[in-house]
Design a protein around this ligand. Structure first.
Ligand SMILES: Cc1cc2nc3c(=O)[nH]c(=O)nc-3n(C[C@H](O)[C@H](O)[C@H](O)COP(=O)(O)OP(=O)(O)OC[C@H]3O[C@@H](n4cnc5c(N)ncnc54)[C@H](O)[C@@H]3O)c2cc1C
Ligand SMILES: NC(=O)C1=CN([C@@H]2O[C@H](COP(=O)(O)OP(=O)(O)OC[C@H]3O[C@@H](n4cnc5c(N)ncnc54)[C@H](OP(=O)(O)O)[C@@H]3O)[C@@H](O)[C@H]2O)C=CC1
Ligand SMILES: O=C(O)C(=O)Cc1c[nH]c2ccccc12
Length: 412
């Protein structure tokens, strides 16, 4: 039995929305609301802002879309930032953003359960320390909340280190090591590139087809070129032009073991969410043989791996570049708005609003551009309701009362 003390949970009523997650998405919603005079409370499981960027990415990471495509609403990147800001620059931008809008998340609060109470019309949000309630719940926990650790036969037998890219910082510990990198998305490619810079010997598993585009072409970003062309031309034509650019600047990537999907890169991203690789140098290293491409893994052995083509090789370490998943199904109860994978069922651009005051931000599979779109919509929608409840100047009793009200109560 737990002690009496442990059973005590504080009960907190929030007059504005509760936002779960202090990443770029949660902060964007809080900033847009604050700009319209609506208070909010952000609950964040870690002890910092943008924890994905601060704690779960490698040192060499840079934004791979030009900075104006990665801006959060209402605040531009500093003029002196390069076209592709570094991870540190992005983090400093996010910190200035929170400071500018006076956003102070409640840190070290993991949301364990959230549910809508029909009787009171309120969302009840439980963390390890408290129960929060509010009329509105904004889900901002991200598409990359948890690493995907695949169930590869034999993986547990491997005697060397196995790390997911979310725990990889740099290749400094891998010098002269033979490393199996499972996965060939942007993480797999960039980790292989980083490993080479530290004289490691990466072997990258490519089990499927993949689109690789040059990050830049003729001094312009491929993504920027695509966005401009899409204003005038149909998607399929733009995709074909991108593939021409890719062939011109990277050559025939099929010959390197990187087969292209039948669907074009932007169409595939829109339909399935699969991000094309934006190459920052890995292709040249595959061409020169410093990064080896392997077929799919059949099984992992104590000292290495067997591949589907019958080859067997020894490795010192394994890096899982196998992507990420949402964690919404773990904590949001009885909710039909999300798929079992934790993504909104309603496709972009309408996935930001559910029922009973539920909102989602950053689940568009469109990176920070999608985040900015959702955040503006959500803030407009909640502000409209807030005005009806509290008056335009927030002059009613609710608004002029403290924005958070604490109670102490016994759990059961
Ligand atoms: C390596 C990498 C590079 C990327 N580069 C780009 C890029 O260049 N451009 C681009 O547009 N996009 C990029 N992305 C996409 C990325 O999703 C966005 O940049 C951005 O981080 C999304 O913000 P978010 O707030 O939605 O999610 P996150 O940044 O993941 O933030 C979610 C927050 O919610 C918190 N949280 C999760 N669960 C709970 C819980 N139960 N209780 C409380 N808090 C919780 C997390 O700790 C986290 O702080 C990249 C992604 C990765 C993995
Ligand atoms: N510089 C930047 O801005 C960067 C941005 N990012 C972004 O972060 C997000 C996540 O990227 P990333 O971490 O690369 O994840 P992705 O989901 O994009 O890629 C995962 C890769 O792992 C493979 N994979 C998954 N499971 C297995 C398995 N069991 N066996 C073999 N292969 C497997 C997938 O193959 P398959 O296709 O066959 O499923 C795919 O190649 C993306 O949006 C990406 O653009 C990431 C890194 C850098
Ligand atoms: O880096 C990411 O994860 C992104 O989702 C950014 C992004 C949004 N749309 C795209 C289309 C092509 C390449 C990257 C992106």
């Amino acid at each position: 039995m737990s002690s009496c003390l442990e059973e005590k949970h504080s009960r907190i009523f929030v007059t504005g929305p509760i936002i779960v997650g202090a990443g770029p998405s949660g902060l964007s919603v809080a900033a847009c609301l604050s700009n319209r005079g609506v208070p909010s409370v952000i609950l964040e499981r870690t002890d910092c802002l943008a924890s994905l960027w601060q704690k779960r990415t490698y040192d060499r990471l840079k934004l791979h879309l030009p900075k104006h495509f990665c801006e959060l609403p209402l605040m531009k990147f500093p003029k002196n930032f390069p076209r592709y800001p570094s991870k540190q620059q992005f983090i400093s931008y996010v910190e200035s953003y929170a400071a500018r809008f006076n956003i102070k998340p409640v840190f070290n609060q993991t949301v364990e359960k959230a549910e809508f109470d029909v009787a009171t019309g309120l969302w009840t949000v439980k963390t390890q320390d408290a129960v929060y309630s509010s009329t509105w719940l904004v889900v901002a926990t991200g598409e990359n909340a948890e690493p995907v650790i695949p169930d590869i036969p034999g993986l547990k037998k491997f005697t060397g280190p196995v790390v997911h890219t979310s725990a990889y910082k740099s290749g400094s510990e891998f010098a002269n090591r033979k490393v199996l990198v499972v996965g060939c998305g942007n993480s797999g490619m960039e980790v292989c590139l980083d490993l080479c810079r530290y004289n490691a010997l990466p072997h990258m598993v490519v089990r499927n087809s993949v689109h690789v585009l040059p990050r830049d072409c003729f001094g312009l970003s491929s993504f920027g070129i695509a966005m401009t062309l899409l204003k005038w031309f149909p998607l399929k034509l733009v995709d074909n032009l991108l593939l021409l650019l890719a062939k011109f600047s990277l050559g025939n990537t099929d010959r390197l073991g990187l087969r292209r999907p039948k669907t074009g890169p932007i169409e595939l991203k829109n339909v399935t969410g699969k991000t094309p690789v934006l190459d920052v140098g890995a292709i040249a290293l595959i061409q020169s043989g410093q990064i080896r491409v392997t077929q799919a893994v059949k099984e992992i052995t104590r000292k290495g791996a067997k591949f589907v083509d019958g080859q067997e090789m020894e490795f010192d370490s394994i890096i899982l570049a196998t992507g990420y998943k949402s964690n919404v199904p773990d904590w949001l109860k009885d909710n039909s708005f999300f798929t079992k994978e934790g993504m909104p069922k309603t496709p972009f651009p309408n996935g930001w609003k559910g029922e009973n005051g539920l909102y989602t931000v950053g689940f568009t599979r469109r990176g920070l551009l999608g985040t900015a779109f959702d955040a503006v919509k959500i803030a407009e929608d909640i502000t409209e309701q807030w005005m009806k409840m509290n008056g335009p100047l927030g002059s009613s009793n609710i608004c002029s009362s403290p924005h958070i009200i604490h109670f102490q109560f016994n759990k059961s």
